[in-house]
Ligand binder design. Structure first.
Ligand code: PMP
Length: 390
């Protein structure tokens, strides 16, 4: 039976990790893997999380099942950060999910159950988005996310929305677009909100990097603009980057419903989908995040750590942008992009040359992890870019 399974393509990024590990050069630079790194190249556990985990170990007296909705105190503690002070909280409810991935999966499955037949999405996007659509069995209509000048392609978005209506969803990255770093401006978010609301399109808002772009409030502002304009929307949230929880799989899924009375039926569907997929989300990481959010001092410490990360990435972006055009690549737009990633418009041969000649490892798409650059390697990287000009 199992011989019917044909091999699936290997994950390109995992293959890159192996290549990097096997490279003996001490000067090699890893811009592939999508995790934050300090100026020393480490991806440490947040101090606030360490303290919360210690407290959790000392006080947790049971690991009995919680249920498909997970730790609701965690889910509710995030609500002010995601939805802000305004907004009708009686129409908002959430549940825990295994990472932002679980949140996206649940959003797409629930949208399909509700009769959504197509998702519009700017391309390129996080590769797992398209994989989830295909896996769930929902059609995707892609449109270009980036204009030539390194900002969002609003014309392509307008055209895509023009041909859409009820029964369609639009997936939007809340901030720190993966892979391009190209986020919408305040004005663009307002336009998107009114277009989506006038067309009756269901927004699916993916917020995986809150606090890593411009700030906690700023990074949720676009999402909130959309939520204020539409009756209903789905939100997938990840704590894996902004709390450094990656492997602990900490995420949540929220619904804004048109009417508070609909939430019970909506969540009976979401719970059934969760039960049939992962039954219940992993507890440990979400419990640690909850402890941070319920404690003023730990919250302060966490926000300070986040500020440091954001400032470091901004510094790297500013240094790259200050280099101007290098190797035929205009680096100036990077200063206005946000988060862990940007895409450099390199040809495949240049990406290979960077790896082979200079030990610079990046995804085949030209995506670079901004946090892979440090004071020790950034000048080497800029010089290497200049050396692979075609
Ligand atoms: N959405 C986007 C846009 C992402 O980039 C990622 C993670 N790379 C996720 C969702 C999922 O995050 P998690 O690791 O929490 O599953």
């Amino acid at each position: 039976m199992l011989e019917n399974l044909s091999p699936q393509p290997a994950d390109a990024l995992l293959a890159l990790i192996k290549l990097y590990a096997a490279d003996p050069r001490s000067t090699k630079i890893d811009l592939g893997v999508g995790v934050y790194r300090t100026g020393q190249g480490a991806t440490p556990v947040f101090g606030a999380i360490k303290a919360a985990e210690q407290r959790l170990i000392n006080t947790q007296d049971s690991k009995a099942y919680l249920g498909p909705e997970g730790d609701m105190a965690f889910v509710n503690a995030l609500i002010p950060y995601v939805f802000g002070a305004a907004g009708d909280k009686s129409r908002i409810q959430g549940m825990q999910a295994p990472g932002g991935t679980g949140g996206v999966r649940l959003a797409v499955e629930l949208a399909k159950s509700a009769g959504v037949s197509r998702v519009l999405m700017g391309i390129p996007s996080w590769p797992n988005h398209a994989q989830i659509f295909a896996n769930v069995g929902i059609a995707m209509q892609g449109f270009s996310h980036c204009a030539a000048d390194g900002t969002a392609d609003m014309e392509a978005l307008r055209n895509a929305i023009e041909g859409a209506g009820p029964g369609d969803a639009l997936l939007l990255h809340g901030c720190c677009h993966n892979p391009t770093g190209i986020d919408y401006t305040v004005e663009q978010w307002s336009e998107i909100a009114s277009l989506v609301s006038s067309k009756g399109i269901l927004p699916i808002l993916d917020l995986a990097y809150q606090g890593l772009g411009q700030g906690m409030e700023e990074d949720a502002a676009g999402l909130r603009t959309v939520l204020a304009a539409v009756p209903e929307a789905l939100v997938a949230y990840s704590c894996d980057k902004n709390f450094g929880m990656y492997r602990d799989r900490v995420g949540a899924f929220y619904v804004q419903s048109a009417d508070a009375g609909q939430l019970e039926a909506i969540f009976s569907n979401a719970n059934a989908l969760a039960r049939a997929s992962w039954s219940m989300p992993p507890d440990h990481g979400a419990a640690a995040v909850r402890i941070v959010l319920e404690d003023e001092a730990l919250t302060r410490e966490w926000l300070d750590e986040l500020d440091t990360m954001r400032a470091r990435m901004r510094q790297v972006r500013d240094r790259l942008a200050a280099a101007g055009t290098v190797g035929g690549i205009d680096l100036t737009p990077l200063a206005h992009q946000n988060g862990l990633f940007s895409v450099l418009p390199l040809k495949s041969a240049q990406i290979v040359a960077l790896r082979e000649r200079h030990g610079v490892y990046m995804a085949g798409s030209g995506r670079i992890n901004i946090a892979g650059l440090t004071a020790d390697n950034i000048e080497t990287f800029i010089a290497a870019l200049g050396d692979v000009d075609e």
